[in-house]
Design a protein around this ligand. Sequence first.
Ligand SMILES: [Zn+2]
Ligand SMILES: [Zn+2]
Length: 183
Amino acid sequence: MSKQRILFISFGQFGSDFLEKVAAAVKSEFGVPVGFDINYGVLTHFYDPSRRQYNANELIKFIHEKYGNNGAKTIGLFQVDLFIPILTFVIGQAVYKGNAGIVSLYRLKNELYGMKKDENLLFERFCKEIIHELGHTFGLTHCTSPVCVMRSSTYIEDVDEKNARFCASCKKQLDQALHEEPS
Ligand SMILES: [Zn+2]
Ligand SMILES: [Zn+2]
């Protein structure tokens, strides 16, 4: 039995049905308990007015400091546009072998690209990116398999091309990490 746990912290408005569905999908891929919490704090402190985006590195640092020492792999779920200084935007980000990561819905919405709203597609994309960032927290690096969830995805097209699942090789590595003691 794995002693690992996954925790989602939602920042901003998410439907509870939507989050329940995401949690169920993540739970079936990792086979460990998935919990929830809501952070009602304001994100003003993380906003960069010159970029009109939110600083992903600072948000990860915040999540790590506030939640990171409870042993759970904690993923902050956001609705806002995220960036790191060297990139125009990021969909998500995580600490390699760490306890903190973040993923935002912002860049995953069809509407942003002038396409019709699609809730199912949005759900799939969000799950893929969450599973991907969790993979990093369990020590997985980017995978070259075109359909593996650990393939790097900079753009929405990349997200759509891959599956929400780990390839056999990543899965094997993940299973080992799942049996390590939580840090
Ligand atoms: Zn990645
Ligand atoms: Zn892989």
